[in-house]
Design a protein around this ligand. Sequence first.
Ligand code: PMP
Length: 293
Amino acid sequence: FDQRDGYIWFDGHLAPWADAKLHVLSHGLHYGGAVFEGERAYGGSVFKSSEHSARFRRSAEILDFTIPYSIEEIDAAKLLVLEKNGMKDAYVRPVAWRGSEMMAVAAQSATIHVAIAAWEWPSMFDMATKMKGIRLDIAEYRRPDPRTVPSLSKAAGLYMICTVSKHRAERRGYADALMLDWEGRVAECTGANVFFIRDGQIHTPLADCFLDGITRQTVIGLAKARGIEVIERRIMPEELDAFSECFLTGTAAEVTPVAEILGHHYTPGAITRSLIEDFNQVVQPGQGRSAAA
Ligand code: PMP
């Protein structure tokens, strides 16, 4: 992945892809002093770009560092990366990390670096394939108590349990893993939020110890605009059999129907389908701001 044609925005300049390197003694690598974003461009516009840039800056503040670029500068840098790489539909990855000036837990004077890359990550627009739904395992690791980790930060370090859980799920033949939280409630997947449907109502876990995804918020808005009730509450795994539909939301996942969670089966239906259609509409350039989301 590191030897490609193209450009990566690196500390304010465009660097050739293969030259966008950092030092091995970076704090971000040793102590997890790093935050990132995941975004998608559709037709040359980054969906909810400023919201992502604001979350990026907030994630860093929670880890006690400041990204040295404004929301406007970050938004502009993303567009420059897309333009310079000739991409209109792409996944966009900003990342910020503490540099190598201090090799210890404390890193007050380490330089804050920022890079923005973009690459093609096709969305699954084929509705028939999508509506078959994916299969989920249940992870061994749980989302930690928010008193023990900076849950609201999209901190790189929080993803180690996601990687381990995703690997285990794939080894066992599943696409991803549903993670419970520290209290045993249903939380989210390794990189996406989860929703359930029962009797025409949508139920989704309260985002109190995991990322309240920008796609999650968008889809809640779209459902409400359709007059569908959305209930955010504690959901226990014992309830998994009581739902008829299930889907995931996230920048990479968009709206992805789920067919099974470890033996609990779902049939993606009318509500899931209409939210996929609404989401596909709202991400198109020019639609993002005017829509209900
Ligand atoms: N949870 C986790 C752990 C994630 O990594 C993501 C993807 N950023 C999400 C939820 C969904 O967030 P969003 O809709 O903002 O992409």
